[in-house]
Design a protein around this ligand. Structure first.
Ligand SMILES: Nc1ncnc2c1ncn2[C@@H]1O[C@H](COP(=O)(O)OP(=O)(O)OP(=O)(O)O)[C@@H](O)[C@H]1O
Ligand SMILES: [Mg+2]
Length: 250
């Protein structure tokens, strides 16, 4: 069975007298280990789609199933458990905790789920604070923020905040990684490095499933699958031989 399945998903938002149809009859099947690019213009429904897959919101109609979990019918309490245990999110607008430093932001998300380790050949989850700090530092270094770990979000540039948000999501090594415009505020070199990290998540060692939302068609070749959204509908959904991030130019 597919890792993620959406069946006839509709999402509408009503504000006063106006109803917006953000997603209009979405059907999708995504296999474990796929890197999926979601591409489309502003207002197409990209963030809404990620929110439904990540259990941050529930559909108005239809079903979302992920990792055998009926996400669209979970109670608020179980949705929180699902998000914590299965999903990592790079938000379009970062959502960092302002009173925590960069390092503490990453540590905090790991404190909720622990760090997966091999212990005597077996998988184990550790909640040891030293293990958590080590993992948080490792990922902040991977996004080139080794020298900014003790800064608060307000002391970081937009691109640096974005990278903290990326480190926070990647450090969990989540089964499902959702990244909303992860390279939006980054220059080419660091942007490409971030895409390489996301690509690595889908590699053999981890075999995670990754969704990257973008406006930029130059990033589409990175996907095993490309989904084009327009006005809440899928207008293209194709698989391809992907191009590694290190060969992308934009
Ligand atoms: N909470 C909300 N309340 C009302 N309307 C909403 C809400 N969230 C999204 N919408 C509307 O739903 C549609 C899809 O929004 P969405 O944020 O998914 O677009 P997007 O493709 O992510 O756009 P962008 O590229 O600008 O981030 C838009 O018309 C938007 O105005
Ligand atoms: Mg969006």
């Amino acid at each position: 069975m597919a890792l993620i399945e959406l069946k006839n998903v509709i999402k509408t938002y009503t504000l006063g007298e106006t109803t917006t149809v953000a997603l209009d009859g979405i059907n999708l099947e995504i296999e474990q280990g796929e890197l999926v690019i979601i591409y489309g213009p502003s207002g197409a429904g990209k963030t809404t789609l990620l929110n439904l897959i990540g259990g941050l919101d529930i559909p108005t109609q239809g079903e979302v199933i992920a990792a055998d979990i009926p996400v669209s019918t979970l109670s608020a309490q179980w949705l929180t458990v699902y998000r914590r245990k299965k999903v990592g999110v790079v938000f379009q607008f970062f959502n960092l905790i302002s009173r925590l430093t960069a390092l503490e932001n990453v540590e905090y998300s790991l404190e909720l789920v622990g760090v997966k380790e091999k212990y005597k050949g077996k998988d184990k989850v550790s909640f040891n604070s030293k293990v958590i700090k080590k993992k948080a530092k490792e990922y902040l270094e991977k996004v080139d923020l080794g020298d900014r770990m003790n800064h608060f979000p307000s002391q970081l540039s937009g691109g640096e905040q974005q990278r903290v948000s990326i480190a926070r999501a990647l450090a969990k090594e989540p089964e499902i990684l959702l990244a909303d415009e992860p390279t939006g505020n980054l220059d080419y070199n660091i942007g490409r490095k971030i895409l390489e990290l996301m690509e690595a998540m889908t590699g053999k060692a981890l075999n995670r499933t990754v969704f990257i939302v973008t406006h930029n068609d130059a990033i589409c070749p990175l996907g095993d699958r490309v989904i084009r959204l327009s006005d809440g509908q899928i207008i293209e959904n194709y698989t391809q031989e992907y191009t590694p991030a290190k060969e992308l130019y934009w």
